[in-house]
Each structure stands twice: as structure tokens, then as C-alpha cells.
Design a protein around this ligand. Structure first.
Ligand code: NAD
Length: 337
């Protein structure tokens, strides 16, 4: 059966890793009818806006998208298209697994999942500057907005995810000692949800600074982490560092109206256009997309082929200490498929 899905190749290394991913999906024999759309800088160049209506209409129709990274200007410029997509489609759970593939790294057998609240907190966009005298930015303010329902649904998602995937523990990561309204509501709600899973999924909680330290000291104590938007963003990049870096970190943005799959990393402007990016994160995001649509056997074959290309065939991109190009790596995975 052919499944319709939206494809956004993205900015920077996006087109390179997306081409590699399409090659592997083709080899797997899973049929997608791709509706190719634009976002970010590529869309500004093509359509004069970073998030064209055609892109939104496409995702509204297909409810399923594979997306490359989109550049967000730092400081000024347009607001993040990634954040806009998550808010537009209410993609409230950002699922970011970290799993060891490459042996012999600083850590072995890492296997944890960060579930990040994806629509609230400091990402709501209430970020203002206030003029005092002739300084237009004399005072700046950012507002974090969280709702009980927003906390409830992502914590519920994390416990359900743990139950469904045979995971033993959910750790609620917060800063309720300082953020006594926002982060405290998240912790309180998480603990309430935990009661519904007593005897099925264990629960503990940690303050975010301690959690960040514990992740590098004793990562094996973590199983599923559920946390708020900004903490989840930072901790998931940190977690990817435990297994070899951002080139191996996939993510899924899940909501009730749509799901968008992407790598955790950004558009990597420092290596864009050189053909050396590691497409593994995007390939693993495609595997999560296959799981999502029920193609679990194909997802398993993709993960196995990717691991075999890296571990058995020793085909590795530069970030993993090798010299393979993006397309060399794609070919190696296709061969394994
Ligand atoms: P980045 O993730 O793009 O890059 C960080 C570092 O990791 C760079 O040195 C880069 O070369 C390396 N890296 C990333 N992906 C790699 C890969 N697949 N293979 C090999 N090396 C890889 O982060 P940044 O430089 O802070 O951000 C660049 C842009 O990306 C910014 O505009 C940012 O807003 C955007 N961004 C987008 C997303 C998204 O689309 N979901 C996520 C994060 C950042």
C-alpha cells in the first residue's frame, strides 16, 4: 500500500541527509507518495515566507511528515518554523531516543528515551524588549506559560510509552525548587499520573541540573525521562553526546492531528554542501516514522542495516571517526538492506 506523506528536505545538510534517507526507504520497499514542500530558509528563497500555507495544507492532509532541519536566524529574524509547526499541529510529545550503536565509545549500552513537552514553557514566544531612555533593550523579558492539561498529556504520554515499550521507570526532570509555579505544576502533575501506573512503571524525579550531571556520571540509571520544553531540548543534545553525537539522534513530534519525524540536530551550516554529514539521525527518524505507521518490520530492518553498516562494515562518516561521505554511507546501508 502506498502511503501519502509530506517531505520537507530542509536547510543546510537537510537535502543531503534526506536524499540518503529516501534511497534507503526505496531499498526497503516501503512505498511513500511524497508531497514535497518547503520550510525555513529554502522556503524564504522559493516562496518568500519561511512557512508557506502549501506546507501547512500538505501536513493537514497527510498527517505525516519527514522533515529535514530548518535554520532559525539567531537573535533577530523570523521565529522558528520548527516551533511553529509543533504549535500549529499541537505536536505535544517530542520523543527522542538515545541508544548505543557504535561500540567502544566512552559509554556502553546506553538506552534511554527523553520525552519533551513540545508546545509550552519558554517556547510560547512571549519574549519582549523594553526601552528605557534611548536603549531599546534596557530590559528584556521572557514568559514561560504552562497549563495543567499540557503537563498532564505529556506525562501521560511518557508513562503510556514506558508501559507499551516495556520500560521500567520514568524520571520527571524539573526545576520546581526555583520555578515554583511552572516547573512545580509539571512535577505535581507528573507525580499524580505516576500513581495511575503504580506497580507497572516506577517513577522518580530529579532537579534538572543534577539530572544533567547524572547523565554523564551514571547514565544507566535513566530509562524514560519526561521534562519541559527547554530542559528536554538541552538534555537530548547532551544525551546524544553519550552515544557519539547528534549524527545518531532521531526524534518524533507526536500529536493527535499529525506526526512529524526529524533528526534532533539542526542544519549544521558548518558542514553543509560538503557531502560529509552523517544521515543516521534522519534514517533513524525515518525508522520511527515506519513504526508509527505500523511498518515495524521495515523499521527493524532499517535499524539493523544501519548498525551493520557502521559496526560490521566499518563505514563511518567523519563525526564517527571515519571518512565515508553521506552517499557512501547511504550505499552501505542500502547494501545491507
Ligand atoms: P546543529 O545541530 O546544526 O550542529 C551542531 C554541531 O553538530 C555542528 O558542529 C554540526 O556540524 C554537527 N552536526 C549536526 N548534525 C550532524 C550530522 N548529521 N552529521 C555530522 N555532524 C553533525 O546546531 P547549530 O549549529 O546550533 O544550529 C544550526 C541551525 O539549525 C540553527 O539555525 C538552528 O536554529 C537550527 N536547528 C534546527 C533544528 C530543527 O530543524 N529541528 C534543531 C536544532 C537546530
Amino acid at each position: 500500500m502506498t502511503r501519502e506523506a509530506t517531505l520537507i528536505a530542509g536547510d543546510g545538510i537537510g537535502p543531503e541527509i534526506t536524499a540518503a534517507t529516501l534511497q534507503v526507504l526505496d531499498a526497503l520497499g516501503v512505498q511513500f507518495d511524497w508531497d514535497e514542500q518547503y520550510g525555513g530558509m529554502a522556503a524564504v528563497e522559493k516562496a518568500g515566507t519561511p512557512l508557506p500555507n502549501a506546507t501547512l495544507d500538505s501536513i493537514r492532509r497527510t498527517k505525516l511528515a519527514l522533515k529535514g532541519p530548518l535554520t532559525t536566524p539567531v537573535g533577530g529574524g523570523y521565529r522558528s518554523v520548527n516551533v511553529a509547526l509543533r504549535q500549529e499541529f499541537d505536536l505535544y510529545a517530542n520523543v527522542r531516543p538515545t541508544k548505543t550503536i557504535v561500540p567502544g565509545g566512552r559509554y556502553e549500552n546506553i538506552d534511554l528515551v527523553i520525552i519533551r513537552e513540545n508546545t509550552e514553557g519558554l517556547y510560547v514566544g512571549l519574549d519582549h524588549s523594553f526601552r528605557v531612555g534611548d536603549d531599546p533593550k534596557a530590559v528584556v523579558q521572557a514568559m514561560s506559560v504552562m497549563t495543567r492539561e499540557g503537563c498532564r498529556r505529556v506525562c501521560k504520554y511518557a508513562f503510556e510509552y514506558a508501559k507499551l515499550h516495556g520500560r521500567k521507570k520514568v524520571t520527571i526532570v524539573h526545576k520546581a525548587n526555583i520555578l515554583k509555579a511552572t516547573s512545580a505544576l509539571f512535577l505535581e502533575t507528573g507525580r499524580q499520573i505516576a500513581k495511575e501506573y503504580e506497580g507497572v512503571v516506577m517513577c522518580d524525579d530529579k532537579i534538572v541540573d543534577n539530572a544533567a550531571m547524572q547523565l554523564v556520571i551514571k547514565p544507566e540509571q535513566f530509562d524514560v525521562i519526561v521534562t519541559t520544553n527547554l530542559f528536554g531540548d538541552i538534555l537530548s543534545d547532551e544525551a546524544s553526546g553519550l552515544v557519539g553525537g547528534l549524527g545518531l539522534a532521531p526524534g518524533a513530534n507526536i500529536g493527535t492531528r499529525a506526526a512529524i519525524f526529524e533528526a534532533v540536530h539542526g542544519s549544521a551550516p558548518d558542514i553543509a554542501g560538503q557531502g560529509i554529514a552523517n544521515p543516521s539521525a534522519q534514517l533513524l527518524a525515518a525508522a520511527m516514522m515506519l513504526d508509527h505507521i505500523g511498518e515495524t518490520a521495515a523499521a527493524g530492518r532499517l535499524r539493523q542495516a544501519l548498525a551493520a553498516a557502521i559496526v560490521k562494515d566499518n563505514v563511518r562518516t567523519k563525526d564517527l571517526g571515519g571518512s565515508a561521505s553521506t552517499s557512501d554511507f547511504a550505499r552501505a546501508v542500502v547494501k545491507r538492506v
